[in-house]
Structures are given as C-alpha cells and as structure tokens.
Design a protein around this ligand. Structure first.
Ligand code: ARG
Length: 298
C-alpha cells in the first residue's frame, strides 16, 4: 500500500501541477488508510477499557451511561432555543489540533453555522448546573454535497468550532477510523433519543450495544437500492436494541487498538428496534476522504 502511495506521489510531483487528478487520487488513498486526526483521540478517562462490562447495557433496549464517560458526545441546539436538544454530535480534532463537530446533515434545517451551538461535557441534557458543561459555538458549517434528504445518502455535516475547549476528562475528541468495520463487530450507540418509537426522551445520556450487520443482510431488510455505499447497518435479528428519534447525528462507536472510533453516525431506521429493521448509520470510513478535506484542506 505504502509503496503504491509512494509511487503515485513521485509521479504526482514529477508530472503534475497542484490540485491535479493524481494529487486528488493520492489524497483519497492516503485519507482512507492514514490518520487524519490529532493523536490522543478516543480515550474515556472515566471508563477505561473496551466497554465489555457495559455489554448488557437504552436509547432502545439499553441503559443510562455512566456520567461523563463519552467525552466526545455533545447535544446540538439552536442558539435561539438553547434548551431544546436537536440531535447528537461528535467532537473530533484535525491534524493541527483544531476542533470540529460532526453530526448528521438531516439534523440541520438552517445552513448558517451561527444559528447553532453544542452543549458538551454533559450527562443530563437539561441540568444547567452540571459543572463541566461547555457551550460550543461555530464559524463554519459544511454539509456534504452528496447529501440527499430523500434517500439519506451521505448524511453528514461538519461544524468548525470557534470556542476554545478545555483539556479535561469530560470533553475530548473521538477518533476517525483508519480501517473499515467488520461484519458482526460490536458497536455502541449513545444518545439522548427516545426510549421507544414515539416514546419519551430521557434527560440522561443512554447507550446500547449492537453488532454491525453485513451489508447483504441490510439490503435484504430494506431493499437493495435503499442502502447506499455510504450507509452501514447495526442491530440484532430480533430488534430490541436501537437508536431512535433524537439520537440522530450521534455516534456509533467501535473500540479498536485501545481507542474509541466514530464508525457510524445515527441516520435513520424503520421505527426503532423493530424485528428485522436494523438501525442505519452514515458509514464514516466511506465518508473519510470528504471529512479529511473539510478538516485538513479547507
Ligand atoms: N432520524 C432519527 C432522528 O432524527 C433517528 C433515527 C435512528 N433510528 C433508528 N431506528 N435507528 O433522531
């Protein structure tokens, strides 16, 4: 792989000017396999380890998270309505150490970054007295140009954070994956979304474990055209564990090499936790090249 990249690099520098097709190809190849975020991501100081002790752990079918154990998750709000949770969202850091917030494009009705804020370092979304709560503001918003509100393809958006964030155990970045997911890999979805379809939403952060499903099974469940290459599915055959309304934009985490990785972004599903209807997530590895462009090249 690296030899290939090296060769292409030499070719690129020898023959082509800036922003050529070859350079573009090199950037794509590199972003898929190389780190595009700052070192130190994906740690959970208040809950070290791989999360297996959390395995029996709602959202739909899950349980309340231990307070402050997911330091990258934030609650997205409108500045005008700071008490209303819109969606989940995820702090990431680029190679220069600058913070960005990743969410789902379908969460956003307004394209102006200044209309939004995120509440980070929180457990209870309504408790304004929580000591670690930071309100984060933005100066830019990038919505994926392939986002389609009908098919939910490329359901991802990124805010550039302007607020300076403290370095502590309660707020930190999640990693961007360097490799694809595998069938059956265990993942954890977290959020403040409804506990059942049409049900009420908790104040406190919840989480649930679920395996990632092979693409072929997901296509059987939803129909071949419904699952685009930029989507992944996760759930149990009999349902019962899932994200639901209000979880959108939030994380599907996997644990790899001692780091928590943002493998998926809560996007859509038929009901919540229904039998034979897995949750559908934006597939971050497939969107990584775009993420790299926003974080490191714009
Ligand atoms: N679209 C919903 C939202 O805006 C959440 C979708 C997740 N649904 C599911 N069954 N996994 O909050």
């Amino acid at each position: 792989m690296y030899t290939l990249i090296a060769c292409v690099l030499i070719l690129a520098t020898a023959q082509a000017g800036p922003a050529s097709g070859v350079e573009e190809l090199v950037r794509k190849l590199r972003s898929r396999y190389d780190k595009i975020d700052a070192p130190g991501c994906g740690q959970r100081p208040l809950a070290p380890g791989n999360g297996v002790s959390e395995l029996t752990t709602r959202i739909v079918g899950g349980k309340e998270s231990m307070p402050y154990t997911w330091p990258a998750i934030c609650s997205l709000r409108y500045v005008q309505e700071p008490n209303n949770h819109i969606c989940g969202s995820n702090l990431v850091k680029n190679l220069a150490g600058e913070y960005y917030l990743i969410t789902a494009a379908h969460c956003l009705n307004d394209t102006r970054a200044s209309r939004y804020e995120a509440h980070c370092g929180i457990h209870d979304r309504a408790d304004e007295s929580e000591p670690h709560r930071i309100i984060v503001h933005f100066n830019n918003l990038y919505i994926h140009s392939g986002y389609n509100s009908w098919t939910m393809d490329s359901d991802i958006a990124i805010f550039k954070v302007v607020t300076s964030l403290p370095t502590n155990m309660f707020i930190s970045a999640v990693c961007i994956p360097n490799e694809g997911w595998t069938d059956g890999e265990i993942s954890i979805v977290a959020g403040w979304g409804a506990l059942s379809s049409g049900g009420s939403s908790p104040y406190k952060l919840h989480q649930v474990n679920k395996p990632i499903k092979p693409r072929s099974i997901c296509e059987q469940r939803y129909g071949v055209g419904a699952i685009t290459p930029r989507m992944l599915c996760a759930g149990l055959p009999n349902g019962g564990v899932d994200a639901c309304t209000g979880d959108s934009g939030g994380p599907l985490y996997t644990y790899r090499e001692n780091r928590w990785t943002l493998t998926g972004i809560v996007s859509w599903g038929h009901g919540c936790g229904e039998v034979g209807k897995p949750g559908v997530y934006s597939d971050v590895i497939e969107l990584k090249d775009w993420i790299n462009t926003v974080l490191n090249f714009l």
